[in-house]
Design a protein around this ligand. Sequence first.
Ligand code: HEM
Length: 306
Amino acid sequence: MVANAKSMGTQAARPRRPELPWWRKLWKEWAGRLGLTLAAAAIIIGYMGRDSRRLFAEQGLGYALGIVGSLLILTLLLYPLRKRYKILKILGNVRNWFQVHMILGVVGPLAVLYHANFSLGSVNSTAALVSMLLVAGSGLIGRFLYAKIHHGLYGRKKSLQELLSGVKLSTAETGGAAQFVPDLMKMVAEFDRQVLKPPKNIWHCMILPLRLMFQTRAGYRRIVRAVRQQLDAQAVASPVVAQHRDRLLKATARFVREHLRRVRQVAAFVAYDRLFALWHKVHLPFFYLLLLTAIVHVIAVHAYSI
Ligand code: HEM
């Protein structure tokens, strides 16, 4: 049973951070979504107006946008460099660079899209554009996975240990129901055993969040139904149970819901962690491909005008 795992030592209490003012909370919550919505609007407007706009990649504003976009993309590399090399500490906080990385990772490719006027050109420019879109798209997926295994987008990484400590099974949390429903802990432990089976492969990791959603709902219904039946059976023989039947059922349902939610969180964490590790392996080659195709593109257009 998970609850008895030795590894579930309690974490040392961390000092609490001061509460943020409401507007900072609102900004933290919505800034990313607002940015992505604006970027999506810029893409739609840019794509729809591509035939009516007089923007040329080889001259004027179109050319300038190509340079600006490329410089922004080069600048966003300061994040992985700052993260990797301690010597770059003078550049400031890694967190801030991560934020800059994500903003430039959207704005830079947008500038390049306008530079290309949302059209495919020669083979070399198409290759550079597609590679850039692959890296930026993969970056968005990475952001999603990153947030799932960290405390917020800019917080520290969660640990399995820490999450497991939250799923410790204790009869005290059942509001006394465990005493009258002898099977309760067994049923919950069985659910834990099923749900916490490590995913066999990456495909299992991908479908796990969806599977967990169904498994948790079905598990909750099954356990609460069984608890209700057992309490009703006990109530016939015991006036005490009959008197407290509703309270016991409510407390058990609350306990089961909360426990299953935490177990689901642990199982999802394992899957997201593996997916993120795989994502890193894919994102980096996409980036190297972008580097190569961008260099070929710049040489080709300047040396051979193709
Ligand atoms: C052309 C655009 C982009 C380029 C060239 C790029 C490049 C990179 C590189 C080289 C890394 C380091 C990979 C590694 O250490 O294994 C990285 C990490 C990352 N990028 Fe991007 N990226 C781009 C866009 C984006 C976007 C748009 C987002 C999200 C909004 C994003 C989110 C991330 C995340 C979450 C990481 C992992 C951070 C970590 O593990 O510390 N990237 N990116």
